[in-house]
Ligand binder design. Sequence first.
Ligand code: DI6
Ligand code: FE
Length: 408
Amino acid sequence: MWDCLWIAPRLWTGGNSPTLVEDAALASQGGRIAYSGPASELPDAPSRLAREVRRLAHGLVTPGLIDCHTHLVFAGQRADEYRQRLGGVSYADIAARGGGIAGSVRATRAASADELYALAAARARQLIADGVTTIEIKSGYGLDLESERKMLKVARRLGRSLGLTVRTTYLALHSLPPDAGDRAAWVHAAVAEWLPQLAAEGLVDAVDAYHEGIAFHADEVRLLFNAARALNLPLRLHADQLSDQQGAALAAEFGALSADHLEYTDAAGCAALARAGTVAVLLPAAYLVLKETRKPPVAQLRAAGAAMAVATDLNPGTSPLLSLRTAMSLAIGLFDLTIEEALAGVTSHAARALGIADTHGCLAPGRRADFVCWDAETPAELCYWIGGTLAREVVAGGNVIHSRPEHH
Ligand code: DI6
Ligand code: FE
């Protein structure tokens, strides 16, 4: 007997050959998908197949959405810097004056774990309420062992208590903290001391660095990547966002899961990503908020055959975006992604970017039962409607983790 059988007018499978199934059925058993396909091909009457049968009168079922790049655990906000930037002060100037990431580090260090959890849970619930069932969460606003651990523990707790999949990333090299002292000694501590400890505590699913002129250089990123490799941890990289640092090529050289941003990546970098199977993660809200003019080379990535994902980059400085569907709309409107690319970018390609493509990102038997019932007729509507809440019911691991209150 299956745990639950959902009958829906339409189901979009996602995956390598996405299919739109009319008069569909989806069964879950033990948190995994037991059946996905036409209701007419079910082996028996629904009531004999499952303990519970749920019939949706209208709407569309898709895989749960995957936000593969967020910094959603932090305290405080930086709306004052937003105002300064609108007045013409640059992001780099604000950072040089001790604002920017350093401001979020001060607030995050000062917050208790419970305070940090409450703030982060409120943000995660907003993502979930519009269809997200998997979130990658980076540390990087702690920048000392104790505060990085606090952030990563909060991320793990979010996964446990909200019922969704959380993949943690130790963003070891985000910004040199004001109290760092000697730069090389601080980098050594973050890479050679804190990383193995946090990994041994089971808090690290991957590592990341902010590779940028105003942040960390290639030599420092290499130290981190080699240390992570020795621990068998996957890699990701903030690459070529504000300047061409040859970051995509560096990520590809190390076989990173993803290279993210990529505004300044050149043709060779695009080809390297494709060859290495490193996913190109596009973050259009950061581009919008910083009023960037240089766009990521989407046509070259496409031509090279690189997989593209789309994420919110939810963070207090450059991307205070609380809707993954809006990131899809922005990726289409600003970066010329197709609707199909945007859909793959928050499902199967996002799963690849997190190294969980075997279990997440499409509605095929054996995968985790993560899916969403939308007030929509077609998958295109997920990006066509900008913002709002279209998700009626959000299911993760076979459990309903969000139901939209109905208004009459
Ligand atoms: N990701 C980051 O880590 C930086 N930009 C980005 O897209 C900085 C985030 C911040 O300003 O807090
Ligand atoms: Fe980021």
